[in-house]
Ligand binder design. Structure first.
Ligand code: ZN
Length: 66
């Protein structure tokens, strides 16, 4: 299963957060929601989870590893 990543720099925020989270999609969504609630004051709603899921992208593959 390919890994996904979420880059907090993709989200406009006042804290200029630079966090990236990488892992399997469900793991990334879960961690990203917790992070957004904790650090950015978002509310954990099904809509917000959908937004997060849309914004994560495939993790760039390191060239040396297949
Ligand atoms: Zn953040």
């Amino acid at each position: 299963m390919s890994r996904k990543m979420m880059d907090c720099r993709d989200f406009p925020s006042e804290s200029k957060c630079t966090l990236t989270i990488a892992g399997e999609e469900d793991e990334v969504v879960r961690a990203a929601v917790l992070h957004a609630v904790d650090v950015h004051g978002h509310r954990d709603t099904p809509e917000f989870r959908k937004e997060i899921r849309k914004s994560i992208k495939p993790e760039p593959q390191p060239a040396a590893r297949r």
